[in-house]
Design a protein around this ligand. Structure first.
Ligand code: PMP
Length: 368
C-alpha cells in the first residue's frame, strides 16, 4: 500500500456505529525488502546493540512456548535503574503507541477532554476519535513553535510531543513546568519519543508534579522499532492506573524476546551514546548541506529534519526521491504540505540523499 493511499473505506454492517467515522492512523510505508534508503519513519540506521543479539538466542527462543512475564519485571527494573526512579514508577507498553492508548483510555472520557497541537503526532487525534473524546487541537504559532500560554490552565489533559513531530522543535523543561503548575488537576503527558537527540527530559520533574506522565520509546534511539517497546515514567498511582488498563486488556503485552532485547539495549549505555552521537553529527552536517542547496531547515532536536525548498513542493520532492529509491515522509495537512520530513540515516545514506536532491533541483531549475 502506498503511504499516501488511505485504507479502503470498506466496512461490514456489524461494525459498531461509534467507529464508523474513525479515520485510522496511516503509518509510513514499510516495504519488506531492502531496496530502499528508508528515511521515512524515523528508525535508527544502526542495528540494535550487539548485546541484544546475544540475549535473543536459540535457548530463549525455545522458551517462547511459555507466556511472558505479565509484570515485565526484568525490563522495568533496567529502565528504573537507568532513569533513577523506582520500578513501580515504570510501565512498559507494546510500543509507546500502546502506552499512549492506555493513557487516553485511563485519563479521558466524555467529561474529561484532551488537547494537543494541530500539528503533532497524528495518532493523538485517532485515539481521541477511538475513545470518543472531545479533543481541542491548538494551532502552533506561525513558526511552528508551541505557545506555552495556550496550555496553561486549560481544563483538559494536555498531550505534547517534546520534541514535537514532525517539526523537530522542542520546549524547555522550564516551559513545561509552567504548564504543569497551571494544570494541577489535569494530566500533562509529555511524549519524549525523540528526546535522546538533544531535547530536555521531564523525568527529573516527576517528584514535584503528580500530574506528569513522561512517555518514551525504544524505537528511535535504541534501534528497536521492530521489537515494539515503549514506556511511561510517572507517579506510582498513575502507573497503577495504566496497569489497570493493561490487565483489563492484554496482560502479556510484551513478548519474551522483546523483554530480553529491551533489557540488553537499556543496559548497553556505551552503544547507545555512540549511536546517538553519530546521528547528531550526521544531522548537523546534513542540515548545513541542505541549507547550502537553498532549503529552509527547522531547528531539530530529533533524528529527523523538517525541510522545505522554494522551488519544490513537498509532494513533488517526495515523489522524485521515491523514483530514486529514497523514502521520506510527506504530510498532506495544509500548513505543512510544502515540507518533507527526512530521517537521519548513516553518513553514506545522507550523501546519497544529497546527491539525489541536487539532481532533482537541477532538473527543476531547467523546467522553471
Ligand atoms: N510518539 C511520537 C511523537 C512518534 O513519532 C512515534 C513514532 N511514530 C511514537 C510516539 C510511537 O512510537 P512507538 O510506538 O514505535 O514506540
Amino acid at each position: 500500500m502506498h503511504p499516501t493511499i488511505k485504507r479502503e473505506v470498506l466496512m461490514s454492517r456489524f461494525l459498531s456505529e461509534r467507529f464508523a467515522e474513525i479515520e485510522p492512523y496511516t503509518p509510513g510505508e514499510q516495504p519488506q525488502d531492502f531496496d530502499y534508503i528508508k528515511l521515512n519513519t524515523n528508525e535508527s540506521p544502526y542495528p540494535p546493540s550487539p548485546k541484544v543479539l546475544e540475549a535473543v538466542n536459540a535457548e530463549e527462543t525455545a522458551k517462547l512456548r511459555l507466556y511472558s512475564d505479565p509484570e515485565v519485571r526484568q525490563l522495568t527494573q533496567e529502565i528504573a535503574e537507568f532513569y533513577g526512579v523506582r520500578p513501580t514508577q515504570v510501565f512498559v507498553g507494546n510500543g509507546s503507541d500502546e502506552v499512549l492508548a492506555f493513557s487516553f483510555l485511563a485519563f479521558c472520557d466524555a467529561d474529561h477532554p484532551v488537547c494537543f497541537p494541530d500539528i503533532t503526532y497524528g495518532f493523538y487525534k485517532v485515539f481521541a476519535q477511538l475513545f470518543c473524546l472531545d479533543a481541542q487541537q491548538i494551532p502552533l504559532q506561525e513558526d511552528f513553535s508551541v505557545r506555552v500560554e495556550d496550555y496553561c490552565d486549560c481544563g483538559r489533559m494536555v498531550v505534547l510531543a517534546n520534541p514535537n513531530a514532525p517539526t523537530g522543535l522542542s520546549l524547555s523543561t522550564d516551559q513545561i513546568e509552567r504548564i504543569l503548575q497551571t494544570n494541577p488537576d489535569h494530566i500533562v503527558l509529555i511524549d519524549e519519543a525523540y528526546v535522546d537527540f538533544g531535547g530536555e527530559s521531564c523525568i527529573p520533574l516527576l517528584g514535584r508534579y503528580p500530574n506528569l506522565i513522561v512517555v518514551q520509546t525504544f524505537s528511535k534511539s535504541r534501534s528497536l522499532a521492530g521489537a515494539r517497546l515503549g514506556f511511561a515514567v510517572a507517579s506510582e498511582e498513575l502507573i497503577e492506573d495504566l496497569n489497570k488498563m493493561k490487565f483489563s486488556f492484554n496482560p502479556y503485552n510484551i513478548n519474551r524476546l522483546s523483554i530480553l532485547a529491551g533489557t540488553a539495549a537499556m543496559n548497553d549505555k556505551a552503544y547507545f551514546e555512540q549511536c546517538r552521537e553519530e546521528i547528531l553529527s550526521t544531522r548537523s552536517k546534513t542540515k548545513a548541506a541542505l541549507e547550502q542547496l537553498g532549503f529552509q531547515v527547522l531547528d531539530s532536536k530529533t533524528n529527523f529534519l523538517f525541510v522545505r525548498h522554494p522551488d519544490l513542493s513537498g509532494d513533488d520532492y517526495t515523489r522524485q526521491l521515491r523514483k530514486k529509491s529514497i523514502l521520506v515522509r510527506h504530510f498532506s495537512q495544509t500548513r505543512i504540505k510544502n515540507y518533507v520530513r527526512i530521517t537521519i540515516g548513516t553518513p553514506k545514506q545522507m550523501e546519497t540523499l544529497l546527491e539525489a536532491t541536487k539532481e532533482i533541483l537541477a532538473i527543476r531549475r531547467q523546467e522553471l
